[in-house]
Design a protein around this ligand. Structure first.
Ligand code: 173
Length: 383
């Protein structure tokens, strides 16, 4: 704002001076006292003529000073105009419904950037799956249809199949930034998805199986379960029939009885109203949510250091809030129970099978894609 005011102030001063100068000693007085060829010479910049004309001895110095002041203010004003012109606005979208659990950290990030990036960088948040369908968002940010996306790897496995490793992590993004894993994952994203991997949210949130029918062991045979790539390897190993849908189709699929259950994290079930159609949750939870901020790489490369610094500072700020999930998980668990969702807790032996099947099936699927990469990722994602 200051630079705008300064620019405006410079403009007022300049206009004010021109008018005063013209009305008192300048153009009009010149017209009155000089022959036309001398006037022409003055306008060609004939300094002798001008000095002859300046009968007031003090005036040339004042005028020079005034010109210097004006030149400075105009330069500042032009500088401020280009600073304003340099502010860039990114188009941002989320794979999850606007205002719901897994869009909220991104929405907080958008607010943070729009507050702290004034005059530098802003984000125009265009919305959720109503703007870009869930499974299309990866392509959209990769191609630059949107500049920044809030997305989970499970929704862009078409571009980065190895991305499924991210929800097998047992450590945090802060640890991954410290042990080199962040760089490895960023490089994979840059190379295969054409995006900068800016941030990870969702740490400390596990996934669960939710059901309309009870089970008493990890055997899922005979059940039709809604999945995404997150749960596919695990639930398949445990015998389920799988149906892949975007979150937006889960409610209707439950209502119609097309599925007997679904995979989803501990958070967000009530947000989406699925508690109305859900009878059971199976514990323990497994894996760890990854919801990532991705910036189109061409756009990222075109940003100034200052613009990138705002995005990176905002990313770290939001990632620090991943620790809040531990408390939120507890209140979500309580809310689910209050809403009538019964918790089926597998006994110790079954729980061990459940978790081991999940990890083994998950890593086997990554190794089948790229054994070397699976080893590298495992070394830095597992505590
Ligand atoms: O179940 C899903 O749609 C899914 O894969 C997911 C991933 C991260 C957060 C929430 C859901």
């Amino acid at each position: 704002m200051e630079v705008v005011y300064l620019g405006t102030f410079a403009h007022i001063l300049w206009t004010d001076w021109i008018l005063k100068d013209k009305l008192t000693t300048g153009f009009y007085r010149l017209l009155a006292i000089k022959p036309s060829h001398e006037i022409a010479a003055t306008f060609r910049g004939n300094h002798n003529d001008r000095s002859i004309n300046n009968t007031d001895v003090g005036r040339p110095n004042r005028r020079i000073q005034m010109r210097k002041l004006i030149a400075t203010l105009v330069a500042l004003s032009i500088g401020s105009a280009s600073a304003m012109a340099d502010e860039i606005t990114l188009r941002g979208a989320t794979a999850f419904a606007k205002g719901t659990t897994f869009s909220r950290p991104f929405e907080a990030f958008v607010d943070w950037v729009n507050e702290n990036g004034k005059g530098v960088i802003q984000i125009n948040y265009i919305g959720g799956p109503e703007a870009v369908p869930t499974f299309e968002l990866g392509n959209a940010v990769s191609s630059g249809v949107v500049d920044i996306a809030n997305n989970t790897t499970a929704f862009y496995t078409n571009l980065l199949p190895e991305g499924d490793a991210l929800h097998l992590a047992t450590n945090t993004i802060q640890e991954q930034r410290g042990n080199g894993c962040y760089e490895l994952i960023d490089q994979l994203h840059q190379k295969k998805v054409n995006v900068k991997y800016l941030a990870r949210t969702g740490d400390n949130i596990h996934f669960h199986l939710y059901l309309t029918k009870p089970i008493d062991s990890p055997d899922l045979s005979g059940l039709t379960i809604r999945t995404t790539p997150v749960y596919r390897a695990m639930f398949e190993k445990l015998g389920a029939n799988l149906v892949r849908t975007a979150p937006g189709e889960v409610y209707t699929a439950l209502e119609r009885g097309a599925i007997d259950g679904y995979g989803w994290p501990i958070q967000g079930v009530l947000d989406l109203g699925w508690d109305e159609q859900t009878k059971y949750r199976v514990d323990p939870g497994f894996y760890q949510v990854d919801v990532n901020f991705l910036v189109n790489l061409d756009k990222w490369n075109s940003l100034t250091d200052e613009q990138r610094a705002v995005l990176e500072a905002g990313a770290k700020e939001i990632e620090a809030h991943n620790a809040d999930n531990i408390g939120i998980n507890e209140s979500e668990d309580a809310k689910q129970r209050e809403a009538g969702i019964k918790v089926i807790t597998l006994n110790d032996a079954d729980a061990a099978t459940w978790l081991k099947t999940g990890q083994d099936a998950g890593w086997d699927a990554i190794a089948a894609l790229d054994a070397d990469m699976a080893d590298k990722l495992k070394a830095c994602l597992i505590r």
